[in-house]
Design a binder for this molecule. Structure first.
Ligand SMILES: *[C@@H]1O[C@H](CO)[C@@H](O)[C@H](O)[C@H]1NC(C)=O
Ligand SMILES: *[C@@H]1O[C@H](CO)[C@@H](O)[C@H](O)[C@H]1NC(C)=O
Ligand SMILES: *[C@@H]1O[C@H](CO)[C@@H](O)[C@H](O)[C@H]1NC(C)=O
Length: 569
């Protein structure tokens, strides 16, 4: 046969092959969509992710197991339970995402206050329930859940506010519940942070593009220097690696090896940049600031109720605010926490100084914790910053009041940190710092680590927290009277340009993990999430305003200087 005939036959075969392939893909997708269990979906994802080849810098199955120490079976079980606890409903879209007009539209959605059992009368101590109906851009009912909604009840007049608990009924309906904690008129606010379709995009980013924020280090010897990319995980086939995994804490970190220099010439660490063009034009329409990104949902009729004074019937059957999951509320701009802590206000510098006299206060975390350091520095006239010649935003920072023997230290947590260059010699992991503390009744440790982990699969955060938790347990074992305070994540202002790197959905998922992992330990949790969500007039901000920071620091101080400092071990 001639060459041409062969060519012809081969072409036909290829064509048939393609048709068959396409057909089987569509069939499989339909089938997936119908009844494939979640695990299978994950594997499917992993397979299709190979299409992206070099973009998948992490590993075929999530947290580069080949690069880190393998978790024990106990740790693996904990990890699985944690991941289950943050399971988020997915839109049933299989491979074809719905048209934009079929995605959730806050402008077409509504909420309704559920009438009380007492003929529209509400009393302090009752619960308020609100029903939210999500609609798409055509005004049609949504049929599935997975949207991220935030709820708040507030009274501007009393500067009072409380966060609501949102329940996803997974059919386009949501309930929000609020404990009624003060008298007077109170207004319900509901916000759609993301549509479920937008969450699906964020989830895909988190699993498939964990290197969308990347880091860099300069390696230098003499006059020769090279800048290399670094991350928790790197593709091994893109060149040899330098392994900067911490030998003590076990936290992993890698850079590509410089061409001319050895690994031990690394001098600094900094943010490298943000990957661009990660989503399609169509997908970017799911993140429009005044359309479907943190946009209020309106009430069908009224959003306001009047709350009457508590009835004095014995109604202890009703679930209290704590059962609802409420950790506190604002009244006159003061946070009133539940859960056994007596909140004091430290309006006078002298009261703070008295509380902190002879104390060593160590703060380890991101910039949201650095705000505590900065706050104390501005309110305590006798507390002087000691110049360690560090960049202000990166630290380490130190402040001393030598009259009252107060020491304050702040350090950023170890990488990943999206910061301006910091010397490698000043980079520390929290776990290692904790292991270096003697601890004791005069030692206060405040931790706040969350914002720089939002771009990674949750396992990366779990592992980091596990190392920190082990160090906290060791610290409390050797010095049980040490005060340990943990600041949680908080909602923030969201912008479409940065949404793939900073979203409340990422933060919320990490926040749930943080709470579960520190549960049962003798640490005070400062619920930054609810403190920001509940605030009656401040908009969300990655770095909450001073009023909120003061409440957080007051809460820490209330705990540090509570009566009967001795703890039962
Ligand atoms: C994950 O990776 C390991 C090692 O590369 C492999 O043995 C295992 O089968 C993978 N698991 C899945 C679910 O793909
Ligand atoms: C990097 O170092 C750590 C700790 O020494 C080790 O467990 C890990 O396997 C190393 N990674 C690679 C890719 O060699
Ligand atoms: C309930 O309140 C009323 C009026 O405030 C009071 O007279 C009455 O004694 C109270 N009852 C109980 C059981 O406390």
């Amino acid at each position: 046969m001639s060459r041409n005939v062969w060519k012809y036959i081969v072409s036909i075969l290829i064509l048939f092959g393609l048709i068959f392939l396409l057909r089987s893909i569509t069939i499989e997708q339909n089938w997936n969509y119908q009844r494939v269990p979640p695990l299978y979906k994950v594997q499917n994802w992993i397979q299709s992710s190979n299409l992206y080849g070099s973009l998948l810098r992490f590993h075929r199955n999530r947290t580069c197991p080949h690069l880190g120490q393998p978790p024990s079976s106990e740790e693996e079980l904990e990890e699985r339970n944690l991941l289950d606890s943050i399971d988020w409903p997915q839109p049933p879209s299989g491979s074809a995402p719905p048209a934009l007009t079929q995605t959730s539209d806050p402008a077409h959605s509504l909420f309704t206050i559920v009438p009380s059992q007492n003929g529209q009368r509400w009393y302090v101590g009752d619960q308020l329930e609100v029903q939210v109906h999500l609609h798409d851009f055509n005004g049609r009912h949504k049929r599935y859940g997975g949207d991220l909604l935030l709820a708040r009840l507030h009274s501007p007049k009393y500067k009072a506010g409380v966060a609501g608990q949102v329940l996803d009924h997974k059919n386009g309906l949501y309930s929000a519940r609020f404990p009624l904690l003060w008298e007077g008129s109170a207004q319900v606010g509901l916000t759609m942070v993301h549509s479920s379709e937008a969450v699906a995009v964020l989830r895909r980013m988190r699993e498939k593009q964990p290197d969308r924020v990347y880091f860099s280090s300069i390696f230098r010897r003499g006059s020769h220097s090279e800048k290399m990319e670094c991350n928790v995980c790197l593709l091994q086939d893109k060149g040899p690696l330098c392994n900067f995994t911490d030998p003590h804490s076990g936290d992993q970190w890698y850079c590509y090896k410089p061409k001319m220099l050895s690994c031990d010439t690394r001098i600094d660490h900094a943010i490298g940049g943000y990957l661009e063009n990660l989503i399609t034009k169509k997908e970017s329409l799911l993140f429009k600031s005044d359309v479907n990104l943190k946009v209020p949902i309106h009430a069908s009729t009224t959003d306001t109720i009047n709350v009457l004074p508590a009835r004095n019937e014995s109604s202890s059957q009703k679930p209290g605010p704590v059962q609802l999951g409420t950790s506190g509320y604002y009244y006159q701009d003061s946070w009133r926490p539940f859960g056994g802590i007596t909140m004091r206000r430290f309006d006078e510098a002298s009261a703070i100084t008295k509380c902190l006299t002879n104390k060593l206060v160590y703060m380890y975390g991101d910039s949201t914790l650095r705000q505590w350091f900065e706050y104390l520095l501005t309110v305590l006239p006798e507390l002087k910053e000691f110049n360690l010649q560090s960049p202000k935003k990166v630290g380490p920072l130190m402040a001393v009041d030598s009259t009252h023997n107060i020491l304050l230290e702040y350090r950023f947590h170890g990488p990943p940190t999206r910061i301006q260059p910091i010397r490698v010699s000043k980079l520390r992991y929290i776990a290692n710092e904790l292991d270096g503390l003697a601890g004791g009744p005069d030692t206060v440790v405040a931790l706040g680590i969350w914002a720089h982990f939002s771009t990674y699969p949750v396992e990366v955060y779990v592992r980091r927290l596990r190392h920190i938790r082990k160090a906290v347990v060791r610290l409390l074992d050797r010095a049980p009277e040490t005060v340990v305070v943990v600041r949680t994540a908080n909602p923030q202002a969201l912008t479409q340009d940065f949404i793939l790197f900073k979203s409340d959905w990422f933060s919320l998922q990490l926040d749930v993990v943080l709470r579960v992992m520190f549960k049962g330990l003798d640490v005070l949790l400062v619920d930054a999430w609810q403190m920001c969500l509940a605030h009656p007039y401040h908009p969300h901000d990655l770095h909450p305003p001073r009023t909120i920071v003061q409440n957080m620091v007051d809460m820490m101080l209330s705990h540090v200087c509570r009566d009967g400092t001795k703890k039962i071990v």
